[in-house]
Design a protein around this ligand. Structure first.
Ligand code: PLP
Length: 268
């Protein structure tokens, strides 16, 4: 009897089903992992935006994590929306205690619709406490800028520079997602790995840009697919390539779904 890898999403709920733990659980299943989830917050949102956030008390985030880890052998963790500094700290402390094999950190900060999903003063906790615990961080261009305290990269050269600067702040590996360069025909992500001595410096992972307004949950889906796939692949590079191929398929299928009047979800 074989059992699938067990993936854990530490993230928030999106009632519209496109982002957050709802997206993560779909991406886990679709990529061959058994999905578990610890909630950090509820959001009230639809495809048009977020109207409110109800954060889980940090002690109860801790209780969820300790109870789960006491019984379930989690192989890979994906960290998404953390809402505030106290929750980010609780998650860091729990991961320091339980030390799961693989940790992917999606430094979620602001929704596409412009709502803050992480309080501004929590960025320091993310950088100082969670970044060193992560095997891979998956910022988009604005998030990389926020982590570095600078403006988002405007071109490829700046993006490569910022990916390396994130390694200097203590990240082990960085997948800097170039999807916000909307004028490009290709969606090019940059992967840098501080632990790979043979690395020529960085790898570019390119996928054709998919033209759809249904992009809600793109980042959640990618980081969850990476967490699901990492125990099933030999290294990070093949894992990230496979996850990116999965996301491209979900984006290509997105227009076959008609959910809400705003930015609809990608289709798993
Ligand atoms: N809501 C939740 C709970 C999320 O975790 C995220 C992103 O991680 C979002 C909303 C934002 O999704 P998007 O920017 O794709 O609309």
């Amino acid at each position: 009897m074989t059992s699938p890898p067990i993936a854990l999403s530490i993230a928030a709920s999106d009632p519209s089903g496109g982002a957050g733990i709802q997206a993560d659980l779909k991406a886990f299943s679709a990529n061959g992992a058994y999905g578990t989830a610890v909630l950090t917050a509820l959001t009230a949102q639809n495809t048009q935006g977020v109207t409110g956030i109800h954060a889980v008390p940090p002690a109860f985030v801790t209780e969820q994590l300790d109870t789960l880890f006491a019984d379930v052998p989690v192989d890979a963790v994906k960290i998404g929306m953390l809402a505030d500094a106290a929750i980010a700290t609780a998650v860091a402390e729990a991961l320091e205690r339980h030390r799961p094999r693989y940790v992917v950190l999606d430094p979620v900060m602001v929704s596409t619709s412009g709502h803050r999903l992480l309080e501004a003063d929590a960025v320091t906790v993310l950088r100082d406490r969670l970044l060193p615990l992560a095997d891979l961080i998956t910022p988009n261009l604005p998030e990389a800028g926020d982590l570095l305290g600078t403006a988002a990269a405007k071109n490829r050269a700046e993006a490569i520079e910022q990916a390396h600067a994130l390694l200097d702040t203590g990240a082990r590996r960085v997948l800097l997602k170039g999807g916000h360069h909307t004028h490009d025909a290709e969606s090019v992500d940059i992967l840098v790995d501080a632990t790979d001595a043979s690395d020529s410096g960085f790898t570019e992972l390119s996928a054709p840009r998919v033209n759809t307004r249904n992009t809600h949950g793109t980042g959640c889906t990618l980081s969850a697919a990476i967490a699901a796939l990492r125990p099933q692949h030999d290294d990070w590079h093949t894992t990230v390539s496979a996850a990116k191929a999965y996301l491209t398929g979900a984006l290509r299928a997105a227009d076959t779904l008609h959910i809400g009047r705003g930015h609809g979800p990608v289709h798993h």
